[in-house]
Ligand binder design. Structure first.
Ligand code: SF4
Ligand code: SF4
Length: 103
């Protein structure tokens, strides 16, 4: 009886974000990968960013029905990752700037 219950239990499969599976930095290089369809538009990252380079894209709506976050100035982003630390939905993958050869 106990074993029968185990046999009938359905196996659950874990969904793994394709963004989280990314092992290599984006090409061309960018400081952030943004899984914008996971964004709920709470703007915690906007408040946390010391460079003020994050903003909701009010011209678009994602699959969840929210305006997704957007990096407004990639060159000004310092890859500090404060945005990734505060985001409750793991929307960001942050990449450090590539080093120049010989440094
Ligand atoms: S990594 Fe830092 S500077 Fe870049 S968007 Fe996130 S909080 Fe702002
Ligand atoms: S903290 Fe995360 S969920 Fe909230 S607006 Fe920023 S990216 Fe979207």
């Amino acid at each position: 009886m106990f074993g029968a219950g185990l046999r009938t239990r359905k196996r659950t499969t874990m969904a793994i974000s394709p963004v989280a599976m990314t092992l290599r930095p984006p090409v061309p290089w960018a400081p952030l990968l943004i899984a914008e369809d996971h964004c709920k538009g709470c703007e915690l990252c906007v408040a946390a960013c010391p460079k003020a380079v994050l903003a909701l894209d009010r011209g678009r709506v994602n699959l969840l029905g929210y305006h997704p976050i957007r990096l407004t100035d990639p060159a000004a982003c310092t890859s500090c990752a404060f945005c990734a630390r505060v985001c409750p939905d793991a929307v960001f993958i942050v990449w450090a700037a590539p080093r120049e050869a010989g440094r």
